[in-house]
Design a protein around this ligand. Structure first.
Ligand code: CA
Length: 219
């Protein structure tokens, strides 16, 4: 899952980036509204975390531009304390959720998880596929109740597919969602990760759809 983090306070941005990366997300950052607007229009994200007080172009204007351009990615806005009118304006401009500064990073992570699963129509933070279960809160995967060890890239591929059961996902889409913008992307590595996942999970769970990509088959 890939997140765009828009925050101009560099210390806070670095801290949030680390928190999100440790939680298993791939993170791109922008420090002003113009860069944020461009990235959000060009790249594909699962969630955007958008501070409203930004240089060059304010967060509310960025959000309005994105929505008028048809960008539907869930957006969580960060607002200053006691600025209740910012929340109202932000939600009216197309924000899906908000957090008031200062906040606990655990709350940010819980809200991000909820936005990602809601965007896919999923109700529970624990995703189930037959005998395999993936807990998005702890990033733990179990098979028949036993823990399955996996690398962070294997987890990212599996988590993306498990959020989209019975849906064909292309290798390009997977690549976009498990690597950050400045990462040297190679869609061939996706095949390697899927091959490794197939050895750890029930073999029929990830189906190859010829010429299209992969599909997580829910029994
Ligand atoms: Ca700010």
């Amino acid at each position: 899952m890939r997140i765009l983090l828009v925050e101009d306070e560099s210390h806070l941005a670095a801290q949030l980036r680390q928190t999100l990366e440790e939680a298993g997300y791939v993170v791109d950052t922008a420090g002003n509204g113009r860069d944020a607007w461009q990235l959000g229009g060009e790249q594909t994200y699962d969630v955007v975390v958008l501070d409203l007080g930004l240089p060059v172009l304010d967060g509310l204007s960025v959000l309005k531009r994105w929505r008028s351009e048809g960008m539907v990615t869930p957006v969580l806005i960060l607002t200053a304390r006691d600025q209740w009118h910012e929340k109202v304006a932000g939600i009216d401009a197309g924000a899906d959720d908000y957090l008031t500064k200062p906040f606990h990073t655990e709350e940010l992570l819980a809200r991000v998880r909820a936005l990602i699963r809601r965007a896919q129509g999923l109700a529970s933070p624990v995703l189930q596929c037959g005998a395999v279960s993936l807990d998005t809160r702890s990033n733990r995967v179990t098979r028949d109740g036993h823990p399955v060890a996996m690398t962070s890239h294997e987890y990212k591929v599996l988590a993306y597919l498990m959020h989209r059961p019975n849906t064909v996902v292309s290798r390009t889409e997977l690549t976009e969602h498990i690597y950050a913008q400045d990462f040297d992307r190679d869609s061939n590595t996706i095949e390697v990760f899927v091959a490794r996942l197939r050895k750890k999970l029930p073999p029929a769970m990830i189906e190859t759809v010829r010429g299209m990509g992969y599909r997580l088959v829910v029994p």
